[in-house]
Design a protein around this ligand. Structure first.
Ligand SMILES: [Fe+2]
Ligand SMILES: [Fe+2]
Length: 286
C-alpha cells in the first residue's frame, strides 16, 4: 500500500526537522514531499535545504523562499536593505550559500502525484492559505482549481482536514513553527484508500525546544535579528502568531515596529488570543 509523508513550513528549524526524520524512520513511507517554507522565520535555512537535498525529498517553493530570493537579489525596496526593521530577513538571506539559492530558484510551484496535488498556500498563490477560517465554498473553489481530488497545502501553520463531495483538502500544519498552540513538529501521512483515494493521518512529534533556542543564540540570529528574532522565538514558545499581529498593530497605530513599541503592544495583545478579536477590538481606536 502506497504511503506518502508530506511536511511543510520547516522554517530553518533543524531540531524540529530531525525529530520528524527520526519519526519517519519507523513509519514505512514510500515517499516524502516538502510543501515549501523550508527557509525564513528561523536561523538555519541553509542546513534545512542541505538536509532535504541530501534526503532527495522533492520540494516546492513557498512564499518565504520567494522573500529570501528577493532579498538575495536586492529585488526589494531600498530601505529594506538598510533599516533595522528588516535585519532578520537580511540575515536569513545572507545565511544561504549560492548553491542553496540556485536550488531554491529551481523549486516548482506545485507537485502532482496520482490523485493528489501539493501546493504551498492555494492553487492560485503561495501568499494566502487555507485555514480553519476558510469557508466551505472557498475550499470547494480551491479544489476546482486542480485536476486531482485531493489538495494538500501548508502556509497557515495550522493542520486541517476538510472532506466533502468535491474532494479532500488537507493542511499538513508546520514542522518548525506551528500556530495551533501545539509546540510539536507536525506533518501528515497519506495512505492509499478512502473515498477520494487517500486516507490521512495528522502526526505530531515532540522535540526539545531548548535546542532551537540555543541555535537562535549560537548562530547570532537572536542578537542580530532584532525585534523580529525576539518575536519569532516567542512564537515558538507559544505556538501561535505574534510577529505579524505586532507588525499590523504598528502599521495601524503608525508607530515604528521596534523595541520601544513592544511594551505598548503587549499591553493590548496576549499571545494565543484570537487575531480576529484582537483586530476587531483595535479597529474603533484606529
Ligand atoms: Fe510558513
Ligand atoms: Fe508560507
Amino acid at each position: 500500500m502506497t504511503r506518502i509523508a508530506i511536511l511543510a513550513d520547516i522554517h530553518g528549524n533543524v531540531p524540529a526537522l530531525e525529530a520528524v526524520i527520526d519519526d519517519l524512520a519507523g513509519r514505512a513511507v514510500d515517499e516524502v514531499l516538502v510543501g515549501g517554507d523550508l527557509v525564513g522565520r528561523g536561523p538555519e535555512g541553509s542546513r534545512v535545504v542541505k538536509r532535504v537535498r541530501e534526503l532527495g525529498w522533492p520540494a516546492i517553493g513557498g512564499n518565504h523562499e520567494d522573500y529570501l530570493l528577493a532579498f538575495r537579489h536586492h529585488d526589494v525596496p531600498d530601505e529594506w536593505l538598510h533599516t533595522r526593521e528588516w535585519a532578520a530577513a537580511r540575515w536569513m538571506a545572507a545565511e544561504l550559500d549560492d548553491d542553496d539559492v540556485a536550488w531554491i530558484e529551481g523549486l516548482p510551484f506545485s507537485i502532482g502525484r496520482p490523485d493528489l496535488r501539493l501546493v504551498h498556500g492555494t492553487p492560485e498563490t503561495n501568499r494566502e492559505g487555507i485555514g480553519p477560517w476558510t469557508g466551505d465554498d472557498e475550499v470547494a473553489g480551491h479544489l476546482d482549481g486542480v485536476d486531482e481530488p485531493v489538495l494538500v497545502c501548508g502556509h497557515t501553520h495550522r493542520p486541517l482536514i476538510v472532506e466533502s463531495d468535491a474532494g479532500l483538502v488537507v493542511n499538513v500544519g508546520a514542522v518548525g513553527l506551528p500556530f495551533n498552540r501545539d509546540h510539536r513538529a507536525q506533518y501528515a501521512i497519506f495512505s492509499a484508500g478512502g473515498r477520494h483515494g487517500w486516507r490521512v493521518e495528522l502526526c505530531q512529534v515532540a522535540y526539545d525546544l531548548e535546542r532551537i533556542y540555543e541555535i537562535y543564540e549560537s548562530s547570532g540570529f537572536q542578537a542580530e535579528g532584532g525585534v523580529t528574532s525576539h518575536l519569532l522565538r516567542m512564537e515558538l514558545e507559544h505556538a501561535s502568531p505574534i510577529l505579524v499581529p505586532f507588525l499590523e498593530w504598528a502599521k495601524l497605530l503608525e508607530v515604528a515596529p521596534d523595541w520601544q513599541s513592544l511594551d505598548r503592544f503587549f499591553e493590548v495583545f496576549e499571545p494565543g488570543q484570537s487575531l480576529r478579536e484582537f483586530f476587531r477590538a483595535l479597529a474603533p481606536a484606529s
